[in-house]
Design a protein around this ligand. Structure first.
Ligand SMILES: Cc1ncc(COP(=O)(O)O)c(C=O)c1O
Length: 365
């Protein structure tokens, strides 16, 4: 079997600017990777610990309470109704699901996977792992007569923070249904709307309560600070979810039982989610203002965990300019060729580090 040619891991290329930022006397403010820094809510930790003495294997489908908690959370938090009780499938964080979905759905050589112009890099990796090819496109007209096997949506977007309006989502779903294309919607930032309320592809206003051909990908990493637990789930079309369950059972892709219990707690605790949203909202406004006052323009960014910022110059120049101030961000080029003039600024740093960044941006040099 030939070796699969994957792109270079983008973060490795940041080593040099990272060293520059780390040399700042006040220490680095790392706003490059969107990794949560706030505490794991106490109730979630207690739930994890409460089932630490179960010696047997967990089930791939997860405990019924987890499926029910996911269904109820989507209904309560996001107005998603009509999810069938069994059509929830826990995943070991959402990244592995993103990376293996095309393969697990049976797509491969000769199949086309459509991903957003600016996209989380794992969509491309997943297509390549399956042996499929990708097309970057945000619109349907660019596809012409081509019939892709699968199309990714990501609203709110990483990296741009853009939210797709209901009309756009409806159009994609309708177009895909006519052509028997699977639509997979990565909704890991759905709970982080700031100026806009993002809609799930499974919301009745989008899909009219029909789940066929639709899969939503959810993650508890950002909404519940559970990135280290590896906790996500898939839901939507019961037929597709069942097919995925069968393959994942064979492949041993099982969420650990204590993490399943923690997920139930996270999906039930709306107060913790509200508190986390407030933290990010404060950091977002502080960084937005400081960047804007320094000649940056912030595009999109109406939701999600990032500011999509530009000084209308090459992204590497902006990354270097910020690194000299001890602030590390990701160049937009990590997310696609059209990101060449933007940087992605994550809101995932402590209040103390965000304040340090604001001070450095504000201080005269
Ligand atoms: C758009 C998007 N999807 C999926 C993931 C994966 O998240 P996790 O594997 O922690 O659930 C990320 C992580 O940053 C992301 O930005």
């Amino acid at each position: 079997m030939s070796r699969i040619a994957l792109p270079d891991f983008p973060w490795d290329s940041l080593a040099e600017v990272k060293a520059t930022a780390q040399a700042h006397p006040g220490g680095v403010v790392d706003l490059s990777i969107g990794t949560p820094v706030d505490p794991v809510p106490e109730g979630i930790r207690a739930a994890l610990a409460s089932v630490s003495d179960i010696p047997g294997y967990p089930t791939t489908h997860g405990i019924p309470a987890l499926r029910e908690a996911a269904r109820a959370a989507l209904s309560r938090r996001h107005g998603v109704e009509d999810i069938e009780p069994d059509a929830v499938l826990p995943t070991i964080g959402s990244k592995e699901a993103v990376a293996w979905l095309p393969r697990l759905l049976g797509f491969g050589d000769g199949d086309l996977v459509v991903i957003p112009e600016l996209a989380y890099p794992t969509y491309e990796v997943g297509a390549l792992l399956a042996g499929a090819s990708i097309l970057r496109s945000d619109g349907l007209t660019a596809l012409g007569p081509q019939r892709p096997a699968m199309l990714w949506l990501n609203s709110p977007s990483n990296p741009t923070g853009k939210v797709l309006p209901v009309e756009h989502l409806r159009k994609v779903v309708e177009w895909a249904r006519e052509r028997d294309v699977v639509v997979v919607s990565d909704e890991c930032y759905l709970a982080l709307g700031w100026e806009t309320d993002p809609l799930s592809v499974l919301h009745p206003d989008v899909c009219d309560g029909r789940m066929d051909g639709l899969i939503a990908v959810h993650s508890l990493s950002k909404s519940a600070n559970l990135a280290s637990y590896r906790a996500g789930f898939l839901t939507g079309d019961p037929v597709l979810i069942k097919r995925l369950l069968e393959v994942r059972k064979h492949a041993g892709m099982i969420v650990p039982r204590p993490v399943q219990e923690a997920m139930v707690a996270a999906l039930t605790d709306d107060e913790a989610l509200t508190a986390q949203r407030e933290r990010y909202a404060r950091r977002r406004l502080a960084l937005w203002k400081a960047l804007q006052d320094n000649g940056f323009r912030i595009d999109h960014s109406e939701a999600g965990l990032y500011l999509w910022a530009t000084r209308d110059e090459d992204a590497s120049a902006t990354v270097g300019w910020l690194a000299e101030r001890g602030i590390l961000v990701a160049p937009g080029t990590f997310y696609g060729p059209k990101g060449g003039k933007h940087v992605r600024v994550a809101l995932t740093a402590t209040d103390e580090r965000v304040d340090a960044a604001v001070e450095r941006l504000t201080a005269p040099r």
